[in-house]
Unconditional design. Sequence first.
Length: 226
Amino acid sequence: MAKQRILACPLCGETQYEQSVCKQCGGKLDPDGLLLAESSFGPWYLRDEENPFAPGMTYDLLVHKVREENVHRFSLVRGPTTRQLWIVAKRVPGIAHLLGRCHKCDEHVDPTSLSCPSCEVTFGGYRDRDSLGLEEAPPKKVTTTGVSSFLGDTAIFDTCSEPMKLPEKSPETPRREEGEGNISGPGSPAFRVLQRSIESSKRKNRILMVALGVVSLILILVLMNR
Ligand SMILES: [Zn+2]
Ligand SMILES: [Zn+2]
């Protein structure tokens, strides 16, 4: 029986049986879907209780959400212009003016305007995908850039989180199974390695015996011909 793999969604972390669409966040989990998702990752967050573990998004994706009316003036947003602190969208530089408010003085503004007619603060976009906007950020880590792979089920078993169930076994069964050469249970890879090494040493012995036989035969023939 093929074992169904248990995996964590790389986008939201929900643990589930392997499938192409995450049951929690709806993310497409095939390589193309993950590549597309990665291209939307960035330092901006929109507080969403239905998907609290979603990765950050690019400025452009957040602007898209504003245009789609998924962000309103009192939505909670954090990003490079808020020093990653949650602030209502109408106070967030880069976002507030798109919602018709000056982030600084709360004046009504046209979403297309470049500055506030009242306090003269300028509006702009923040497209740097890698900048969290923290002045004294720790050095950038460059080793963990890829996210487009699943955690294997063994890696999940190693964690201390919600225990995943291994097939139940009473203590005496494994020994009996080994004796019968049953290799379908958990832990079988190690057993198979052992079996393989025993087989290969048996094979070596057989080759040695044959070689010995041939050498003795030649020796006997040589002696007889003298
Ligand atoms: Zn997910
Ligand atoms: Zn203003």
